[in-house]
Design a protein around this ligand. Structure first.
Ligand code: 2AM
Length: 169
């Protein structure tokens, strides 16, 4: 199954993200992330048969809340648009430590670029680049759960389901 490790959002944060997504929707066409699929990927695992070794790695490395600050809209490859997460040493540490521990079990991240935490708002976006000047007031969320997510198509719909989670408080 196709897996990734992510932080999901509370409903208040989700609605703030949707407000920003709607600003993009007003000026662009594309495949917009459905509200229930909005998330922050920490580590993309890809196809995994046996995920048992992943669980202790998550538990070991996610030991305290991480405050996320959502800031700015940007793009990758000019057609994937996202909200960024402000420079965050605790999040970087989580990523690096997960990478190191998962690597020991043979899990490699498929991320092509350096870790750039983001929430994908839309893919395959077509827009007049000069018009993309979306601003919003930064907002914050304390992340207290790290989730192992399964990605699959159900009736043609991309669906993400949590199969394991670590909570801290
Ligand atoms: P993206 O939003 O930048 O595309 C589930 O697919 C999640 O894993 C997405 O958030 C996606 O990031 C991320 N991911 C990272 N590397 C990926 C890859 N090689 N293929 C698919 N998804 C990837």
């Amino acid at each position: 199954m196709r897996l990734f490790i992510a932080i999901n959002f509370d409903s208040e944060t989700k609605s703030k993200i949707i407000d920003v997504q709607n600003k993009l929707r007003e000026i662009a066409a594309g495949r917009f992330t459905r509200p229930e699929n909005l998330h922050l990927t920490i580590f993309f695992l890809g196809e995994v048969e046996d995920y048992r070794a992943i669980l202790p790695c998550m538990k070991k490395n996610f030991t305290e809340e991480i405050e996320l600050c959502f800031s700015g809209v940007g793009s990758f490859r000019s057609n994937l648009y996202w909200i960024g997460i402000k420079e965050n040493p605790a999040l970087n540490r989580l990523y690096r430590n997960l990478c190191a521990d998962l690597d020991k079990y043979g899990f490699k991240t498929d991320a092509k670029e350096i870790f750039k935490p983001h929430v994908t708002l839309a893919r395959e976006v077509s827009v007049n680049k000069d018009k993309v000047n979306i601003s919003f007031d930064e907002f914050k969320m304390s992340a207290n759960r790290l989730s192992l997510m399964k990605s699959e198509r159900i009736n043609g719909k991309l669906t993400y389901t949590e199969i394991y989670g670590v909570s801290v408080k």
